[in-house]
Ligand binder design. Structure first.
Ligand code: THU
Length: 139
């Protein structure tokens, strides 16, 4: 389901993503991003972007949340909320789409919200990264 009929992101994930965004380390781009996912076991795990003076070494918010999820012992999540700046939807970059792909089913939900908590875009993972390459391709 896409933008005009966007179903609303869940409040608990909105709050976790906004809190994570407040912790972003983004002195170079000044573009603060937060992400919060819900694992298949119901844990909420968040991440923020962490930049670096060596610009390409920065890490996206989604990537941070996914790494923390794996560290916590989980490898599946059903939904993720991403928040960037203003009303232009902060859609995950290509690399993050692939990282999301690794740990979700095709019907997982990706919500993009604004920094006031309003849902801007709601996508299935299949919409986010169609015809994706995944673990099954290696079998
Ligand atoms: N960024 C994210 O953390 N997630 C996204 O979905 C898009 C971009 C970060 C990377 C960089 O620190 C800043 O936003 C500007 O590109």
């Amino acid at each position: 389901m896409t933008s005009q009929t966007a179903s609303q992101a869940p409040r608990d994930l909105i709050d976790a993503a906004l809190a994570a965004r407040d912790k972003a380390y983004a002195p170079y781009s000044k573009f603060h991003v937060g992400a919060a996912l819900r694992t298949e076991n119901g844990q909420i795990i968040a991440g923020c972007n962490v930049e670096n003076a060596a610009y390409p070494e920065g890490v996206c918010a989604e990537a941070g949340a996914i790494s923390a999820m794996v560290l916590s012992g989980e490898t599946r999540f059903d939904e993720i909320v991403v928040v960037g700046l203003g009303d232009v939807a902060c859609t995950p970059c290509g690399g993050c789409r692939q990282k999301i792909r690794e740990f979700t089913e095709s019907d997982a939900t990706i919500y993009i919200i604004n920094d006031a908590g309003k849902t801007l875009l709601t996508l299935s993972r299949e919409e986010l990264i169609p015809h994706s390459f995944g673990p099954e391709n290696l079998k």
